[in-house]
Design a protein around this ligand. Structure first.
Ligand code: ZN
Length: 280
């Protein structure tokens, strides 16, 4: 069974979130979603989009990677950016998040959804965690903000940990853009010499913030249904995570969408931590 959505996006859709809903019948075992788009870009910077996917129970993830927008899900496996979990019957929605679409560009797109009820033989990736031996109080050197191919970086999760080890860091934190899908594997790679920690980078259209300690997909779409950044920060902090304004004076739109901090209600508002390194 398959479903297809075709559409056209222009500059008026810049910074929008565009939903496409489809029904998943009982007995579905695998879902494949492919986004194809064409844009003969004549703008100073080409379009940038991501896909966010929701099942009837909530978010399955976001893939913040312009070069790869395909999704495949089974109960036990998922493409980078998305969480493996039971395939629930009901209404699912895939959203196109338009991070950047400048004049005069016009994008035509096609989303193809394929549903399968065939038995799958994909086994879950086994991840186990052996907690590192506590080293007690002291000064430690590490990184609180890093990405993997679960969003837009080139590192496999294991390569990131090895990179940290090669640089003799005591800890490294995986904070992929708008997804926690790499954290289970990242956790499993902690050793006595490198502690692995996790969170997400809330990569909104108007500023980025780290939510350190968040373990699941976190709503990041400020502006959608009136969500403000201060409300989003409150949710993160109330959930016990550390909220950090990321690279507030980086170069921003259109070169790096949302990379500079534009929230008048969070200067710094409830944020108690701000990055002083200002690359994107
Ligand atoms: Zn960022």
């Amino acid at each position: 069974m398959h479903r297809q959505f075709d559409g056209t996006l222009k500059h008026q859709h810049d910074k929008a979130h565009i939903p496409h809903s489809f029904a998943v019948p009982d007995g579905t075992t695998a879902i494949s979603i492919t986004l194809d788009y064409t844009c003969e870009s004549q703008a100073v910077v080409p379009p940038q989009i991501s896909l966010s996917l929701f099942d009837p129970a909530g978010a399955r993830g976001t893939r913040h990677n312009n070069g790869d927008q395909s999704i495949r899900l089974t109960q036990s496996t998922a493409s980078p950016g998305y969480m493996p979990r039971a395939i629930r019957p009901g209404e699912w929605t895939v959203w196109i998040d338009v991070h950047r679409l400048l004049e005069p560009d016009v994008m035509t797109y096609s989303i193809k959804v394929e549903l399968s009820a065939a038995p799958t033989d994909e086994a879950p990736v086994a991840v186990t965690r052996t907690p590192p031996t506590p080293r007690g109080r002291g000064w430690y050197r590490g990184d609180l903000h890093a990405h993997s191919l679960h969003s837009d970086a080139r590192f496999e999760v294991a390569e990131l940990v090895q990179f940290a080890r090669d640089y003799h860091l005591d800890f490294v934190t995986l904070t992929d853009h708008n997804t926690a899908s790499g954290l289970a594997e990242f956790d499993s790679l902690a050793t006595d010499d490198v502690l692995t920690m996790g969170g997400v980078e809330l990569t909104t259209y108007y500023g980025h913030a780290l939510a350190l300690g968040v373990r699941e997909w976190q709503e990041w779409r400020v502006g959608l249904e009136g969500l403000t950044m201060s409300e989003l920060a409150r949710r993160v902090i109330d959930g016990g995570a550390l909220y950090v304004i990321a690279h507030p004076t980086s170069v921003g739109d259109p070169w790096c969408t949302g990379c500079d901090w534009q929230f008048a209600d969070m200067q710094p508002g409830s944020a108690r931590h701000i990055e002083i390194w200002n690359e994107s």
